[in-house]
Design a protein around this ligand. Structure first.
Ligand code: GN1
Ligand code: MG
Length: 370
């Protein structure tokens, strides 16, 4: 039960009023997340409480310092174009001691936010218009961080999207075969080897400075954006744990991989997994419009590469974790990471078939919007 997991943590934060109820939110793959309701006189106050996964985030204090800096910066830029940024940026709730997180040997590391109400985070994007709003949200996020001093950010997960290093980690997992699963996944392993060169392409472009390093979100799933629950207009970007120096191609590619697929990330029936071109176009419009004047032509023409690399990267990460015995991602069955791997491979195959269409789309929007 949610309450038992968190009852000792609740008094550590500056939540206003009397505790009423809580429920666990289960869509994230890494942290534990709870929605809390408090009654403050006549007002209902809602909060988000999270336990940070310290297997994944080895430096939780670095993560929280990044978030404090980034939210402050976003707020400052948002207030230049709106009177009230309250529903547009996450706001941390401090601990009773005024700290940005609570840490305890027994209970782990916790942080809290005020809950943005009347909002939805979409695990599945059902309409192109919603996908365009998700594109707008990540595009303006990129724009609002363009003047952020990148050297202030801790690298919360070193080499997070470094697919070259991730390939070595994958090869190591195959060699070690810790969970004895290699024999079941020969085909998937071969697929990754066949895609090795493509997987390293963004890393090479960054190394050669053909495309720039920017402050990026790095986890741009549609459910990391809040939309207004009536108008479906973009409100705020959430899940800022991996905001770090990265590439615009990562943010673009990861968002399409997740939100423009015809199926969920863990769909078992791979025959129904395709890239939805209408949603892809919608996201791309929103993203390119918001980043006009910021992204270089070298980046824009390579957005389709972002989709391939990120889809391949996730296939490789899920497969690596499957081989390691499911240490990193939360799983709800012993095969969950394998199902995810196969789904990403199916999606990547379809993206490869649509490369010409994708290239044409980007050219068209570049002429129209930049
Ligand atoms: C994780 O925490 P969540 O569910 O938003 C992961 C992402 C993956 C995603 C796949 C820190 O994101 O990189 O793309 O799962 N986050 C981390 O669903 O590894
Ligand atoms: Mg998330």
């Amino acid at each position: 039960m949610a309450y038992n997991d968190i009852k000792n943590i609740l008094p550590k934060f500056r939540f206003q009023g009397k505790y009423v109820s809580s429920r666990e939110l289960t869509s994230g793959n890494i942290n534990e997340t709870y929605a809390l309701e408090y009654q403050d006189g006549k007002k209902t106050a809602m909060y988000i409480l999270q336990r940070i996964n310290t297997y994944v985030f080895r430096d939780p204090h670095g993560v929280m310092q990044n978030i404090a800096l980034v939210t402050e910066h976003l707020k400052k830029n948002l207030l230049k174009r709106m009177d009230n940024a309250e529903r547009h940026v996450l706001e941390l709730v401090r601990t009773v001691d005024g700290e940005i997180m609570y840490q305890d040997r027994k209970y782990g590391v916790w942080r809290a936010y005020t809950y943005i109400t009347h909002a939805v985070a979409l695990d599945v994007v059902s309409r192109p218009e919603q996908m365009e709003e998700v594109g707008r949200a990540f595009g303006s996020f990129q724009r609002d961080l363009v003047d952020f001093p990148a050297h202030m950010l801790a690298e919360t997960i070193p080499n997070f999207h470094n697919t070259t290093k991730r390939f070595y980690a994958f090869v190591r997992a195959v060699d070690e075969d810790k969970a004895g699963r290699v024999k079941e996944v020969e085909e998937e392993i071969e697929f990754m080897f066949d895609h090795r060169r493509m997987l390293g392409e963004i890393v090479r472009l960054l190394d050669k400075q053909i495309i720039p390093l920017r402050v990026t979100h790095n986890d741009t799933k549609s459910n990391n954006v809040l939309l207004d629950d009536k108008t479906f207009k973009a409100l705020a970007v959430i899940d800022l744990d991996t905001v770090m120096p990265g590439s615009s191609l990562y943010d673009y590619g990861d968002a399409i991989r997740f939100g423009a697929s015809t199926a969920r990330e863990d769909e078992e029936d791979t025959s129904i997994i395709k890239l939805d071109m209408e949603k892809t176009r919608a996201f791309t419009r929103g993203f390119i419009q918001e980043t006009a004047g910021i992204l270089s032509d070298e980046e824009l023409i390579r957005l389709p590469l972002g989709i391939k690399v990120l889809t391949g990267e996730l296939a490789m990460r899920f497969l690596t974790d499957y081989l390691d015995g499911d240490l990193y991602f939360k799983v709800n069955s012993p095969n969950h990471n394998l199902i995810r791997t196969r789904a990403q491979i199916a999606l990547l195959k379809n993206v490869e078939e649509k490369e010409d269409q994708l290239q044409e789309m980007v050219q068209r929007y570049m002429t129209r919007y930049t």
